[in-house]
Design a binder for this molecule. Sequence first.
Ligand SMILES: Nc1nc2c(ncn2[C@@H]2O[C@H](COP(=O)(O)OP(=O)(O)OP(=O)(O)O)[C@@H](O)[C@H]2O)c(=O)[nH]1
Ligand SMILES: [Mg+2]
Length: 258
Amino acid sequence: MSFLPPVRRDRIIPNLPQCYIKEAALQCKDTFHSKVKRACQDQRTGTVGFKISKIIVVGDLAVGKTCLINRFCKDTFDKNYKATIGVDFEMERFEVLGVPFSLQLWDTAGQERFKCIASTYYRGAQAIIIVFDVNDIASLDHTKQWLLDALKENDPNNVLLFLVGTKKDLSSAAQYMRVEQDAIKMAKEMKAEYWVVSSLTGENVNEFFFRVASLTFETCVLSELEKSESRRIGDVVRINSNSHNLYETKKNKANCCK
Ligand SMILES: Nc1nc2c(ncn2[C@@H]2O[C@H](COP(=O)(O)OP(=O)(O)OP(=O)(O)O)[C@@H](O)[C@H]2O)c(=O)[nH]1
Ligand SMILES: [Mg+2]
């Protein structure tokens, strides 16, 4: 019996959401991996449906991390700045290709004095979202250091990276175009997927989190399939080694009877 309420209708993901810009994307496929689609159809996704994936959100103070999470999770926007002290988190439940999938979004403090508390929560992330303000070029420069700090606690080969520019509503088209070139360059260097959003207007906020949920889900299913594949190979090796032992035993027995 499940005690969880059904997943909200607006959290159902039937198809792979597209990247923001192909030049700086984690992948440019139109659909989910065929192995993933098949596994979901055949209900062979193992423990994915019960797991909660941890996503950490890092970046300079006041770049808009809390507003971004609140716009997605609560559909609210607060124009007054209230610094995050340490960390905070929100849970979001999705249904991807018919499989329940949960994200735990960790909102961390950007203020230097809270950084050491926040960094103790970096470990075990499936994805890292590095945030900067498109109107503050220094915050883009600092993203490299935020990434380095977050990667100290995580395996760089097993984590998805997203670079997100916020407060697009405060930027003129010409100003934004100049920043975008630098941001795309930074995303490519980091091997991160680039997005730009506005938490005030809501522009791209849902699209971005749907993409995070989908790519994290795909990675989880593929790793689950890989694990069950290697378990099967392990079983074959065990059976073979046992039958070898049986043969040995028979041979010994045969010798005994001589
Ligand atoms: N115009 C505009 N203002 C924004 C946007 N996002 C955030 N802000 C404002 O920027 C300020 C800081 O936002 P927060 O979300 O609290 O920043 P933060 O990154 O969580 O800051 P720390 O918790 O200190 O690390 C607030 O005054 C927000 O109202 C946006 O998309 N547009
Ligand atoms: Mg905050």
